[in-house]
Design a protein around this ligand. Structure first.
Ligand code: 5GP
Length: 196
């Protein structure tokens, strides 16, 4: 009996978690260590933060442009998060999965729910802080948001933490290296599944 190894689609991995939990840091370590996974760059209407680059961190765009892409059905999912629009461009994800490579999305829980409707076989991972107090000090420590924006993000965080049951895996980000190891282990294990 031979194995059909050539035609397998890649896995779609969805990573969510509250603002400032460290998704970006965990992801950048993962992508550095593990070449086989592709990051899907989202579109957003939020203003770039210092050091962020268009096409690398996000595709930054006006609300008008974002809405025109919604109309053209160019997103797998989109959502309004902390008063800005965010969305996952469909073309990149579909082409990369079809080429057999894994794709990782870093999106909020509203988006993850929509992805589940169209990619039920996706792997849903939730990154949580050790506690809400810890999260609060991380958001303040980051110093990139106004007081008002911080409040919105904290309110959203406690709502988001209650949604963890919708996910397949939970990683507590108490230490970045450990969290990266766990995420990598999940991705590798999923790749080894007999059905894959
Ligand atoms: P930030 O503005 O801090 O980069 O991201 C704010 C939130 O938007 C985070 O929870 C992040 O996961 C979420 N987000 C980023 N890109 C997308 C996307 O394409 N779709 C959805 N639904 N959420 C996103």
């Amino acid at each position: 009996m031979g194995y059909n190894r050539g035609s397998q689609r890649g896995n779609l991995i969805v990573l969510s978690g509250p603002s400032a939990v460290g998704k970006g840091t965990v992801l950048s370590f993962l992508l550095e260590e593990y070449d086989d996974i592709c990051y899907s760059v989202s579109a957003t209407t939020r203003e770039p933060r210092e050091g962020e680059e268009d096409g690398i961190d996000y595709f930054f765009m006006s609300t008008k442009k974002f809405k025109s892409l919604i109309k053209k059905n160019e997103f797998i999912e989109w959502a309004k998060v902390h008063n800005n629009y965010y969305g996952t461009p469909k073309k990149y994800v579909e082409e990369t999965l079809a080429s057999g490579r894994d794709v990782i999305l870093e999106i909020d829980i509203q988006g993850a729910k929509q992805v589940k409707d169209s990619f039920a076989e996706g792997i849903f991972v939730f990154l949580a802080p050790p506690s809400l107090d810890e999260l609060e000090s991380r958001i303040y420590g980051r110093g990139t948001e106004s007081e008002k924006a911080i409040e919105t993000r904290l309110e959203n965080a406690s709502k988001e933490l209650k949604q963890v049951e919708e996910y397949d895996y939970l990683i507590i980000n108490d230490q970045v290296e450990k969290a990266v190891k766990k995420l990598k282990a999940i991705i590798v294990a999923e790749k080894c599944k007999v059905k894959n």
